[in-house]
Design a protein around this ligand. Structure first.
Ligand code: ATP
Ligand code: MG
Length: 398
């Protein structure tokens, strides 16, 4: 058992000693069996929230209306959720009603895919009511129950299926895939932020090309923000060499570059997807650096404007499109820049005003910017004296 499960065992044992059942459930069981690292440990129990709170001295109501109580034990928190069924789903996304139940089976039945519907006792014994182990072994994503009904209940599950097929490099079972194709349009009912998280996880997965292929084949892409306009761009991405992106910004940069988006178009695209402003800024800078790096020429101003981390991202993506510069070459050039930021310029506005006897105004900023560019391009040494005389000369000429 993974360390995270070992640590949680005493908590589970106490629930059992109080006469209830407790199991590890969800992604952590799936990932443990796949020998992958696990993130969050989810515990499901037959005890009702009030009963859980009665057993432990220290708990926090993290989602008590859904049956979730966090148990605090030796400085760690364990999310415990009462077995429940869900019903309603009037809006294709959230159940109208959750009902606490005492039966593990009913709880597992509401889960999305067989590989996510396994339970594990604290001693490691696996409870497998929907042949999830077999599907795990064969690399198959299969809806629990009737796929048509399950996607009709909650349309996010379709994106989750595609995401898992990329993350785990699994195939989506035939009827499950057909269920997605039939219900794709319902994805429009889902909050963009939730769809976005799934798309990001998908493109950061082990086999993202697999995920994109499924998006295209099921038609799901048409109901993602703006993607219907980029069918050929998506198809092109599938043909790229295997890639390994490190974060959301790289995901969006790859997409924007593939879709030939620039400047304001990037902004419009990412606003539709409701990414953060930071992602928008970084993506805009990275995409413009990719174009430049693809010329296989290292331009100091581009290095300077892009910055170290974003250069690594940009070069990684440019390599996918045939760029031949190595990250080492690019970073060496970056590290050799005379200055890395405006702060390092050996002159500032105040010095310029005093030295050249100027009045404050827009001229100051413009002059500083020209000096900055000259230093970055190695046209002038970064020394206060040199910069001052260059500034005086420039201002006279203007
Ligand atoms: P991750 O590795 O991304 O955390 P996960 O499978 O743990 O994957 P979570 O969103 O953490 O996904 O959900 C935990 C469990 O809850 C899932 O394994 C699944 O059993 C169930 N689940 C989550 N979302 C849904 C859903 N939309 N419909 C049905 N069951 C769901
Ligand atoms: Mg999880």
């Amino acid at each position: 058992l993974p360390e995270e499960f070992e640590q949680a065992r005493p908590v589970m044992q106490r629930i059992e000693q109080a006469g209830f059942e407790a199991y590890f459930v969800g992604g952590s069981v799936r990932d443990t069996i796949l020998k992958k690292p696990i993130h969050d440990v989810d515990i499901a129990t037959s005890a009702y929230p009030e009963e859980v709170k009665h057993i432990f001295n220290h708990t926090v109501d993290t989602g008590i209306e859904h049956g979730t109580v966090m148990i605090l034990d030796h400085g760690k928190g364990y999310e415990t959720t009462t077995f429940r069924t869900e019903s309603g789903y009037q809006d294709y996304r959230r159940p109208d009603q959750v009902t606490f139940v005492r039966s593990l089976k009913e709880d597992l039945q509401r889960r999305d895919f067989t590989i996510n519907a396994l339970a594990m006792k604290e001693n490691g014994a696996v409870i497998d009511l929907f042949s999830g182990l077999k599907d795990l072994k064969n690399g198959i994503i299969r809806a629990v129950g009737d796929p048509q009904a399950r996607f009709n209940e909650d349309a996010l599950r379709m994106m989750r299926a595609v995401r898992f097929s990329s993350q785990l490099d699994f195939k989506i079972e035939k009827k499950t895939l057909a269920g997605i194709a039939d219900h794709a349009q319902l994805l429009e009912k889902i909050a963009v932020e939730r769809t976005r998280v799934e798309l990001e996880k998908m493109l950061l997965g082990d086999n993202p090309a697999n995920g994109i292929t499924q998006l295209l084949e099921t038609g799901l892409y048409k109901y993602c923000p703006m993607l219907e306009h980029f069918k050929s761009g998506l198809a092109e991405i599938v043909t790229l060499n295997k890639w390994d992106l490190s974060n959301d910004t790289e995901v969006w940069s790859l997409l924007c570059y593939s879709f030939f988006l620039e400047g304001k178009q990037i902004n419009d695209f990412l606003r539709q997807w409701k990414t953060s402003n930071q992602v928008i800024t970084d993506t805009t800078v990275i995409v413009s650096a990719i174009s430049s790096l693809l010329e296989d020429e290292i331009i100091p101003e581009v290095l300077y404007e892009t910055g170290r981390d974003r250069l690594v991202s940009a070069n990684k993506i440019s390599n996918l499109f045939g760029g031949e510069l190595t990250t080492k070459e690019v970073l060496e050039a970056y590290d050799n820049l005379p200055i890395k930021s405006k702060k390092e310029l050996a002159i500032n506005g105040g010095q310029l005003i005093n030295g050249a006897q100027l009045n404050p105004g827009p001229m100051i900023g413009q002059t500083l910017q020209r000096l900055e560019t000259m230093v970055v391009n190695d046209e002038i040494p970064n020394s206060t004296d040199e910069l001052m005389s260059a500034a005086v000369k420039m201002l006279k000429e203007d």
